[in-house]
Design a protein around this ligand. Structure first.
Ligand code: ATP
Ligand code: MG
Length: 139
């Protein structure tokens, strides 16, 4: 059953390029409610754990290094059909393939520095949200 929740991060590239406000505006304008929100920074260790599912992929080391290179914004979002609608809002993994008007189309520069993360399933949204937020930090 769908939980109607997803988890996102605004990645270090989008934070460094000054896009936090614009991206949060796009997210709320698309009808997502913010359940939890945090400005923080991953270490190599915590980024490695977060992306453990990708540990066998060739880009894993670069991904962990990039995701721990600067602050990020983490959030839990709520909307009907949240997982699919949010992935449509952010666009394809490679911004070169991301549809016009999507967040990655507007704010991302490359496949590794692609501005935002979006959960790929209800199960992973719950795991990823629990990685960053306690129950008392959700509203
Ligand atoms: P995310 O999980 O960040 O929302 P995604 O689900 O679109 O992205 P995944 O396949 O889960 O894509 O890959 C996780 C992240 O790893 C991507 O967002 C991207 O930053 C990086 N990545 C994926 N494929 C490549 C690649 N071929 N080269 C470099 N980095 C990659
Ligand atoms: Mg993914």
């Amino acid at each position: 059953m769908s939980t109607n929740r997803t988890f996102t991060m605004i990645k270090p590239d989008a934070v460094a390029n000054g896009h936090i406000g614009a991206i949060i505006n796009d997210i709320t304008a698309a009808g997502f409610k913010i359940v939890a929100l945090k400005y923080t920074k991953l270490t190599e260790e915590t980024a490695g754990k977060f992306y453990e599912v990708h540990s066998a992929r060739p880009f894993y080391k670069d991904l962990v290094s990039f995701m721990s290179s600067g602050p990020i914004v983490a959030a839990i979002l709520e909307k009907d059909n949240a997982i699919e609608d949010f992935r449509n809002l952010i666009g394809a993994t490679n911004p070169a393939d991301a549809a016009e008007g999507t967040i990655r189309n507007k704010y991302a520069k490359s496949i590794d520095a692609n501005a935002v993360h979006g959960s790929d399933s209800d199960e992973n949204a719950a795991i990823e949200g629990d990685f960053f937020f306690t129950a008392a930090e959700r509203f």
